[in-house]
Design a protein around this ligand. Structure first.
Ligand code: XMP
Length: 327
């Protein structure tokens, strides 16, 4: 199974019928591979891991244990959505780990972006490994590896991020049910599996999450400003037909303050930066031409609803020279 390759002549999955056929095939294959054994899955709530979870729930139900680690850097409402969809609606065996303090304590005072990434990645593996060791009799690890991951790691572009890094005592056999799919196919399959659109068609979100948008050393109050302003931006983009049209859009809160006025009083608060870009492959990107009146409305909401913010800026920089994320 681990060596499975995408057949050269495989038809692109673009319709519900093709998705249904893939789902039926995978369920049979999963049942055969898994038998009566137990499977573990790190469920972030992203497209790939969510589709893997939904497939496994269909195939083996309670033999699957999902672990959702909340590292405190998720977007507003995300942990709640994972619990609602998988535990409440799909009746999955879901372990929710509130690791917010652990991550934020480790990150306190750390301003270098790559060090922040490393801390978040390492801590994630540690938390997940701890949960895995608490569980008895699990021999399989499911992963949301997709076909581009395999191609990119073969081409030496990026290390295949999955499985890498788990401690040696956790010696799992891998289960990779979406391994031969491209991202767009994973979405079609996810929709057919009944996952909500907000989960299946969501914009890319980096592993280190809001951590790389809370520029410099992360503080809890500034992190909340990132989370709240991001939620307002997403809500307004959805209301105004930009969701699904713009490739990636989010807010950044830099670690400096500027003067302003709040309720007739001098304020000394953070700016929020809005970034909205379009791209095909994230190697280069152009800036979305967001209507000015909408930007004014979003500015009004952010400056009045988000604590500690008195100014909103729009990032006009294409990639290159700017990367999409600020860190
Ligand atoms: P940049 O900032 O390099 O981003 O122009 C390109 C795309 O990659 C995402 N990104 C990341 N994804 N871990 C991830 O999983 C990361 O550390 C990371 N950094 C950037 C970014 O959101 C954009 O879609």
């Amino acid at each position: 199974m681990a060596e499975l390759r995408r057949p050269e002549n495989m038809q692109r999955i673009t319709t519900p019928e093709l998705a249904e056929a893939f789902i039926d095939e995978q369920i049979a294959a999963l049942r055969e591979q898994i038998g009566d054994r137990k499977v573990l899955l790190a469920l972030s709530g992203g497209v790939d891991s969510s589709v893997v979870a939904a497939l496994l729930i269909k195939a083996v139900g309670q033999q699957l244990t999902c672990v959702h680690v909340n590292h405190g850097l998720l977007r507003k409402g995300e942990p709640e959505q994972v619990i609602e969809v998988f535990r409440n609606q799909m009746n999955a065996n879901l372990i929710y780990v509130d690791a917010v303090d652990r991550f934020l304590d480790k990150l306190a005072g750390v301003s270098d972006p790559e060090t922040k990434r490393k801390i978040i990645g390492n801590e994630f593996i540690e938390v997940f490994a701890e949960e895995a060791r608490k569980l008895d009799g699990i021999s399989l690890l499911a992963q949301g590896t997709i076909w581009p991951d395999i191609l990119e790691s073969e081409a030496g572009i990026k290390a295949h991020h999955n499985a890498g890094g788990l401690p040696a005592d956790l010696n799992f056999e891998l289960v990779e049910p979406v391994r031969i799919l491209f991202k767009d196919e994973v979405r079609v399959v996810g929709k057919e599996l009944g996952l909500p659109d907000g989960m299946v068609f969501r914009q890319p979100f980096p592993g280190p999450g809001l951590g790389v948008r809370c520029v410099g050393a992360i503080t809890r109050d500034r992190l909340e400003a990132v989370r709240e302003s991001d939620a307002i931006l997403r809500e307004e983009f959805a209301k105004n037909g930009l969701e699904g049209k713009v490739w990636q859009y989010f807010t950044i809160v830099p670690d400096f303050r500027t003067t302003g006025i709040h309720d007739g009083q001098r304020s000394y608060d953070w700016p929020v930066v809005i970034r909205a870009v379009n791209t095909r492959d994230a190697m280069s990107a152009t800036v979305e031409d967001v209507p000015f009146t909408l930007l004014q409305h979003i500015t009004d909401r952010i400056t009045h609803e988000v604590k500690g913010v008195n100014r909103v800026l729009f990032d006009l920089t294409p990639k290159p020279t700017g990367t999409i994320e600020w860190e």
